[in-house]
Every structure is written in C-alpha cells, then in structure tokens.
Design a protein. Sequence first.
Length: 270
Amino acid sequence: MSDRRQGRLTSRQARSVLITGASSGIGRGLAASYAAPGVRVALIGRNAERLADTAAQCEAQGATVTCGLHDVRDRAELAAWIRAIDDECPLDVAIASAGLGGGRNFGRLLEDPDRARAIIATNLAGTMNTLDPVVERMLMRGRGQIAVLGSFSALRGLPYCPAYGASKAGVHAYAEGLRAALAAHGIRVTIIVPGFVATAMNRDTTSPKPLLMPVDRAVRVIRRRLDRGARLIAFPRVLYWGALLGRLLPAPWTDRMLTCIEVDVPDSAE
Ligand SMILES: NC(=O)c1ccc[n+]([C@@H]2O[C@H](COP(=O)([O-])OP(=O)(O)OC[C@H]3O[C@@H](n4cnc5c(N)ncnc54)[C@H](OP(=O)(O)O)[C@@H]3O)[C@@H](O)[C@H]2O)c1
C-alpha cells in the first residue's frame, strides 16, 4: 500500500526539517534541497560562518531558517534545542549528517587514540543524541522520517580507519534497530550509505577514491530515494556490492587486499 494511502508522511511533503552537519558537505546540500517557501529548516553545526552561508542559501530559496550552533556530543544542550524547535514547528524529517572523519597516517600503525574517541563520540553518540528527542516527539504524533549517514566502512573493518568504521557500524546497527522498532508507529528510518563524495571530510585524504562524486549529485540521489521512503540508500551500487563481497571472502584474503591500499589521512587537532 502506498505511503499516501496509509497516511504516512513522505519526505517530499515535509514542512519542518532538522539537519545536523548543515555547515558543510552533504548536510549543507540536503538543507538546500529541502529549502523552499513554506518549509522551515533547522540547521545544526559548529562553525558559525559556514552555517550562516547555508542559512543564507536556504533563505534565498524562500525557506524559514533557524540555526543552532551546537556540538552534537553535548547531549543535554542538543536535546533542549531540538525540543524547542519541535515546539515551534513539529518536525517531519530529521537527518543526522554531522560526522567526523579520520584515520591513520603513513608511518603510523594505528590512529591517534584521542581522535579515535572523538570520532566515536561524534558519529555514534552524536547521532543518538540527535535522534532521542526527535523520536520522542515523532512517537507522540505517530509520524515522521529519520535518516542517518552511514558508510561503506561500516560493512567491513578497514585497517586505515578502525574507529571511523566502528562508529559507522554502530550507526547502522542503531538505525536498523530503530527502524524495526518504530515502523509500526508511523516513523520511517532510512540509512544512507554513500560512496566517495567530494567534501571537506575527504578532501585532504590521500587514497584511491573510486567513483568519487560531487556533492550535488549525491544529494540528488539521496533526496530522490528519501522522498520514496527508502529504508536503505546505498550508492554507487557497484561499490556497495564490492563492499558486501569483501565481507563474504575469507578474512585473510580481504585483510591482505586491504593492507595493499595506501591511505594517508592528515593529522587534525580534534
Ligand atoms: N564524504 C564522503 O565521502 C562520505 C561518505 C560516507 C559517509 N559520509 C558521512 O556523511 C556525513 C557528512 O559528511 P561530509 O562528507 O558532508 O563531511 P563534511 O563536509 O566534513 O561535513 C561534516 C559536518 O559535520 C559537522 N560536525 C562534525 N563534528 C560535529 C560536532 N561535534 N557537532 C556538530 N557538528 C559536527 C560539521 O560541522 P562544523 O564544521 O560546523 O563543525 C560539518 O557540518 C558524515 O556523517 C560522514 O561520515 C561521508
């Protein structure tokens, strides 16, 4: 039965949208894709200047914009802000796009332990911090759509970014659990698994980036499938199948292949 006949909200009809990580990359592109007259977009990021740029673009497209300069690791502050936003204009769609990349450099066997913990706190706990207050409100209304940003690196541990892969594997498992728990309550959960997208996150990383795509193309794919209520948006398909195959092969083979790939992730102070 179609979503319309079941009375479910689809992303296309959204009038109130929350996006974390809206100051850059995929989150910024998604914010612009929803921005239109009659739509309120609530944008979260930490960098005031870049978040204001996204806000200006959304306003120029006719949307009403509210910006929140928040660190998604700050659970209490984030929850209070999201509840206040939802009080003003009940959320139809929430997308947890805020994320921190990172991995090891040449010459180092393992990644920096502080950075590794910041990655887990941002990507996994930050996603949970975002979704808790959203789910609470959507459950009361019995409708809504939630999307999280996963990664191919969640499908198979990679030697050059163990913590990033672990954080995203956690995001996948968390969202799958929510998807099963919330489906009967009118809340649709979508896991977005993009391949290589040309954003600030991987701009300075030296590695093969097969089928690297520009942000606007990735955003078009994501929006089209969000509007259809897809449960999983994994693209490009050929890379996704390759990553799944990597899970099926004997572990020593895949380990050997992966360690032949040279990857250098620049240091960061985070
Ligand atoms: N690019 C890819 O190839 C790719 C592939 C698969 C999955 N993804 C996922 O897609 C999502 C978006 O990444 P992107 O490529 O668009 O990267 P990006 O351009 O670096 O954007 C990352 C966003 O996350 C925000 N952010 C980071 N830490 C935060 C924190 N503690 N609190 C609040 N906001 C925080 C940043 O905000 P500030 O700069 O304002 O702090 C920025 O807006 C991430 O979850 C990433 O893991 C990306």
